[in-house]
Design a protein around this ligand. Structure first.
Ligand SMILES: Cc1cc2nc3c(=O)[nH]c(=O)nc-3n(C[C@H](O)[C@H](O)[C@H](O)COP(=O)(O)O)c2cc1C
Ligand code: SF4
Length: 507
């Protein structure tokens, strides 16, 4: 796990939780309008992939349990994990690339409605990603994957001062390269080939020599629009277009997008496809449906987009008609660590990954609310342009005091908390009920992220080994961890009390 040099270890901030009355009067628990919808409170669980779908992308009972558990905390909104828009295999990640996925997704929607007593709105994050291969064994790479050409022969002949390589048999050449030292590989292979050898082959939006990459602008609007139509049919309250982190749409927005067609280079070119995708989605789902976007306030990579770019994108997005902007940071392949042989590169292992999910091993700015300056700048620009599109903040938000202060200062409109909600899915509800002392506090050490990286079912270290002998507890595939946190004992009592007292807010 990357961390800043000479890191400072932070404690989880001490806090005073509000009384029930203070919570009721707070901004955090006031409704807010998102396009045609009202959220009952300004609390939000951002997308988190739990690796619980079937190998072919269908919703499982484990997915249903995961979302039901978040719904019981009754946040204003939950965003369902990044869900693939194409009809292609992508391991145990949810998919929405065909109508056959609709029934399972509909069940997920109904589960959240029941779990939250209809309090929580449900959005689904829809994503496209390009091909990323696992890091190959060196022998395999040279025997099977490398496409040999005259350039390699010439480079090898020059590097070894041995002209026999100009005419040597291909088998001999591959065998020689396979046993050659790294320095020789650097002299013979080009940058992309070296990357494919060391980290696994990875496509880029700039690979326009490949027809399927060149044609992305023609195909993606329709694919996203179909996916959004399915989301609506399944009953979701809206879609979040995933334009963040290491994936296709973020790569179009990136300053590293140097495509020579009208979709790369200048800012207005880089935002063109994201806007065309939005327009296609909007046309398909209509004006009375929430369409939001998650994108980066800063890519945090050399040569990547910065806040200035993000402000420009935000203005374009709100003018186009997006209903919310959710701001994330980093999470890129470009600075990711080399994976082990047989594993795929993971975009959260470098500095940009750290910025996406900061830990308590931090620098002088610390991990808590670390993205707020970016969010604030984006919100200011949006508001100054005459729009009031809600802006969602996330990144190390862990107490009511912190969340409320961000809203009171007008730095964001909605508070997202991913890991704190994983640590305790009831935390918003506990705070709202004046029972904040019972919140299980996230320690921000990223055990959950390590599970994500290993493509294992995601759980939290604070609860996955407790009460394993509980009746009907569901365990992970390795049989060692519970998949859901224990129920909050206060939850049932509270629901009953609310009913008896006729609490209109259902708390
Ligand atoms: C296990 C895990 C899975 C995640 N999956 C997604 C995802 O599917 N889409 C996304 O945009 N962000 C994803 N994130 C990032 C979170 O949404 C969030 O931006 C990040 O964790 C920072 O917020 P936090 O400090 O409240 O956790 C994931 C984070 C974690 C820990
Ligand atoms: S595993 Fe660690 S970082 Fe993840 S939610 Fe739990 S306490 Fe927080």
């Amino acid at each position: 796990m990357w961390h800043p040099e000479n890191p400072i270890r932070y404690d989880i901030p001490a806090t005073r939780w509000p009384t029930r009355e203070e919570a009721a009067a707070s901004l955090l628990f006031q409704p807010i309008q998102i396009g045609p919808l009202e959220l009952r409170q300004r609390t939000w669980v951002p997308a988190m992939v739990p690796w619980r779908a079937t190998e072919d992308g269908f919703v499982t009972p484990h997915n249903l349990d995961w979302y039901r558990r978040f719904a019981e905390g009754r946040p204003g909104a939950i965003v369902v994990e990044a869900t693939g828009v194409r009809d292609i295999p992508s391991g145990p990640l949810l998919r929405i690339g065909h109508d056959r996925f609709i029934p399972g997704l509909r069940e997920l929607v109904e589960t959240v409605r029941r779990g939250s007593d209809g309090e929580t709105k449900l959005f689904i994050q829809i994503i496209d990603f390009l091909s990323v291969k696992r890091r190959p064994e060196k022998e395999k790479f040279f025997a099977r994957f490398l496409t040999l050409d005259e350039g390699h022969r010439r480079a090898l002949a020059a590097a070894t001062a041995d002209p026999q390589w100009l005419t040597a048999g291909e088998k001999d050449l591959r065998a020689f390269l396979s046993h050659a030292p790294d320095e020789l590989h650097e002299q013979v292979l080009n940058e992309r080939e070296l990357e494919a050898l060391r980290c696994g082959y990875r496509e880029r939006v700039t690979d326009t020599h490949l027809a399927h990459i060149r044609e992305l602008p023609e195909v993606l609007p329709g694919i996203f629009a179909d996916a959004a139509r399915r989301a609506r049919e399944a009953g979701f309250d809206g879609v979040e277009l995933h334009y963040a982190h290491a994936y296709t749409m973020a790569s179009f927005l990136s300053r590293l997008n140097t495509r020579q067609d009208s979709y790369g280079g200048a800012l207005e070119n880089r935002v063109r496809l994201p806007l065309e995708v939005y327009a296609a989605v909007r046309e398909r789902v209509g004006d009375d449906y929430v369409v939001g976007v998650r994108f980066l306030g800063d890519e945090v990579i050399a040569g990547g987009s910065r806040i200035k770019d993000a402000v420009y994108f935000a203005e374009q997005f709100v003018r186009a008609g997006f209903d919310f902007l959710s701001i994330s940071k980093g999470g890129k392949f470009e600075d990711a660590k080399q994976p082990k042989s047989g594993q795929a590169v993971y975009p959260y292992t470098g500095e940009s990954g750290y910025e996406c999910m900061p830990t308590v091993l931090s620098d002088e700015r610390g991990p808590f609310g670390r993205n707020i300056p970016l969010v604030c700048e984006i919100k200011r620009a949006v508001n100054e342009a005459g729009f009031h599109t809600p802006v969602v903040a996330a990144g190390g938000i862990t107490t009511f005091e912190q969340a409320e202060a961000i809203l009171q200062r007008g730095e964001a409109d909605i508070i997202g908390a991913a890991r704190q909600s994983l640590a305790d899915p009831d935390w918003f509800r506990k705070a709202r009920l004046g029972r904040g002392e019972e919140v299980r506090r996230c320690t921000y050490t990223n055990y959950c992220e390590a599970l994500d990286q290993a493509h294992k079912q995601v759980t939290c270290k604070l609860w996955d080994r407790v009460q394993l002998d509980e009746l009907n507890v569901t365990l992970s595939d390795d049989g060692r961890r519970r998949l859901l946190p224990p129920e909050w004992q206060g939850s049932k009592v509270q629901s009953l009390k609310s009913k008896v007292e006729g609490d209109q807010n259902g708390f």
